[in-house]
Write a protein that binds this ligand. Sequence first.
Ligand code: ZN
Length: 401
Amino acid sequence: MKYALIIPDGCADEPQEALGGRTPLAAARTPAMDAIAVQGRVGLSRNVPSHLPPGSDVATLSLLGYDPASHYTGRAPLEAAAQGIELGPQDWAIRCNLVTIENQVMRDFTAGHISSGEAAALMRAAALELVGDLPLEFRPGVSYRNLVIYRGHRQPAPFGPDTQTTPPHDLTDGSVVDDYPRGSGCQLLHDLMGRSGSVFAGHPVNAARRAAGQLPATHLWLWGLGGSPRLETFQHRYGLRGAMITAVDLLRGLAALLGWQRIEVPGATGYTDTDYAAKGRYAVQALDSTDLICVHIEAPDEAAHEGDLAAKIESLEQIDHHVVGPLWQALRDRGDYRILVSPDHPTPLRTKTHSREPVPFVMAGQGIPPDAETRYDESSASRTEWCFQEGWKLMRFFLDS
Ligand SMILES: [Zn+2]
């Protein structure tokens, strides 16, 4: 038996007036997902427990079959795992966005999708000016997504379970003044964020960006911190080998911690310009070397963060045509299979940020009896009244039922 999981990140949404009351998923032309619905079942799963933030990290942990209530320590430790950064038991990883803040308003949580080269230069400047005697490492990543590591074995970390931070993508176009870190260690985080403003103000990278009409990276925004997570491997827990295709470090990190193979696809960008067809081709090839292939596509989430309805629909149609369709065909050609399509969480266009509502999924394959629904969308999924209130139990059903 071969298994495939396709994650159109953040694709679930609300009815849109511009679409005559349909959601983007309902309005998009998705013949492959709908055909899977005809042959299989649709339902809902709640991937975000009420006490945790509705991040992709929490929601994807659920979707991959791990209870976030017992396994989640924070987003940054997963991204550190993706970069091969080892965390000791006393270390903390802190997500470090490069952002554009103007007049105390979060103008852009990506600093204009700053390039990785520019980001690395700014991270070096920040490290030089801000580290001092602190046990901190500034680790550049991809574009605006960088990390700071606090080495707690050198000096005990001041953070704790009560340390609270706000994801900058939740603040888009809003005031930041009430959303600086709170709780244990907040003073250190606040201080680093504040001082980064003076480090970056006169930096040549920003001068060049302003001259080119691009947004400057005005500050660091620190959030999503956590200690080292401990996860049982997927093979140990579910008895299957897994592989992940994604362009997002968070998902790479989860894959690393689960003991999955990570497959890098040329042209995969984590944005709406990603090479969908290449992701589909690599996923089909991966069926030779793994039991379960997971393909994560960030584009619908990014489109929703930008409030771009047309781009969200377009990304869903691309995913259907280039990833779901070819992968499903390849699975059927090979023999016994199961296929599951589900976003991690909704990202409503109205709010431009994640929500914690249950998401629609569709699954088909050997041993999955069909229901009466013939479309994969939010309304068909809720009509069936089949809902996993603990979303992490969906994986066990998908694999074993
Ligand atoms: Zn997500």
